[in-house]
Design a protein around this ligand. Structure first.
Ligand SMILES: NC(=O)c1ccc[n+]([C@@H]2O[C@H](COP(=O)([O-])OP(=O)(O)OC[C@H]3O[C@@H](n4cnc5c(N)ncnc54)[C@H](O)[C@@H]3O)[C@@H](O)[C@H]2O)c1
Length: 340
């Protein structure tokens, strides 16, 4: 911590999500100073730093790790870099916020978590949807017993438009790239998952199939506490980003609906019309990106456990692997088959 109590944070990766976190760190969290941005594309780092008046831009993240004045890093680079940078950042004594997923490989995840434990630094994983006020309310109501014993979870999670095939090829597949947020949401709302059963198809874009992935899926979940649930995913919902959850239980039901830019209803002879959902994750989850970073910083300030731990980062990767195995083998797969 600097003498004036400011926590200096370095941002690694100046792409889509790095821009969001850099802006929140630089302009919306008073106790933080965004001290540096690193990107292998130096011009991307320079552009972002200049826009947000961040004093330093570099192409090698190790310059950030070597700076003794920087206490924490936000790892926003491509997924294949996360595990390695976590290990190096932990060894350099930096607290770590890392985007999801930690990695696609369990051995690499375990090595990263071991390095964090050994160094005694904080690690928070970027499952931002937990910080969305609507989903948080659902979780609180479930935890308070307002719906009695949870019986059924439904998560609808559909993107407005598919990513390019080039992205799909290195994404780790739909379960580790997209559904991973829903697996985390399922754990957040109900608890640990025991078994999954997946149906999947290529219905949106044959290019996604050619890249070895699917674009449409339904995953049935069985939880350790006996509740059951479904997640349904599509890479393309023509009416926009469809993000809803519902928990039904012995004493009632709680639902979080889509958010729209405004709540007007226009009625005419053709029908009753309202605004489409907020377009995509940058718009829909902007509050949650800020809230997750604020809570990460608070965990450093108060020396508390971050709200989304390394274990919380590992668990949905296991579920994603089980979901893929279930799809390929056309049978229910226990999470224990993956972890042992
Ligand atoms: N939480 C969310 O909702 C959410 C949303 C989008 C992306 N993500 C995650 O964030 C990560 C980045 O995704 P994105 O969409 O911003 O990708 P992106 O391609 O827009 O940006 C990644 C950036 O990382 C840089 N980079 C790559 N290797 C680097 C290295 N060794 N050092 C420094 N910079 C490096 C690239 O040059 C690029 O600018 C991914 O892991 C993705 O899964 C999370």
């Amino acid at each position: 911590m600097a003498n004036n109590g400011t926590i200096q944070v370095g941002v690694i990766g100046a792409g889509r999500i790095g821009k969001i976190h850099a802006e929140n760190l630089a302009t919306r969290i008073p106790v933080v100073a965004a001290a540096a941005v690193a990107d292998i594309d130096l011009s991307a780092a320079q552009e972002l730093a200049a826009r947000l008046h961040i004093p330093r831009a570099c192409s090698d993240y190790r310059a950030i790790l070597a700076d003794p004045d920087i206490q924490a890093v936000a790892i926003c680079s491509s997924t294949d870099t996360h595990a390695r940078i976590i290990v190096e950042a932990a060894q350099a004594g930096k607290h770590i916020f890392c985007e999801k997923p930690i990695d696609h490989d369990l051995a690499k995840i375990d090595a990263a978590l071991a390095a964090v434990k050994q160094a005694g630094v904080k690690l928070q994983i970027g499952f931002n949807r937990r910080f969305d006020p609507n989903f948080r309310k659902v979780r609180e109501m479930v935890a308070e017993g307002k719906i009695g014993q949870p019986h059924i979870l439904r998560i609808t999670s559909r993107d407005p438009a598919p990513p390019p095939a080039s992205y799909v090829k290195v994404s780790g597949g739909i379960f580790l790239d997209m559904t991973i947020h829903d697996f985390d949401m399922a754990r957040y709302l109900i608890g640990d998952v025991r078994e999954v059963y997946t149906a999947g198809a290529v219905l949106v874009d044959p290019e996604i199939g050619a890249a070895g992935d699917i674009d449409t899926a339904i995953i049935t979940l069985t939880f350790e506490n006996g509740a059951i649930g479904t997640i349904d995913n599509s890479r393309k919902a023509v009416y926009g980003y469809d993000q809803r959850v519902e928990v039904f239980g012995s004493g009632g039901m709680v639902t979080a609906l889509n958010r729209t830019p405004d709540t007007h209803l226009y009625s005419n002879p053709e029908g009753v019309h309202s605004a489409k959902p907020l377009y995509f994750f940058l718009e829909r989850y902007s509050e949650s990106f800020l809230a997750e970073m604020q809570e990460f910083i608070q965990s450093i300030q108060h020396d508390t456990t971050p709200p989304v731990t390394g274990e919380d980062g590992r668990a949905p990767v296991l579920i994603g692997m089980a979901a893929k195995k279930s799809y390929l083998e056309k049978r229910p797969v226990s999470i224990r088959e993956i972890s042992h």
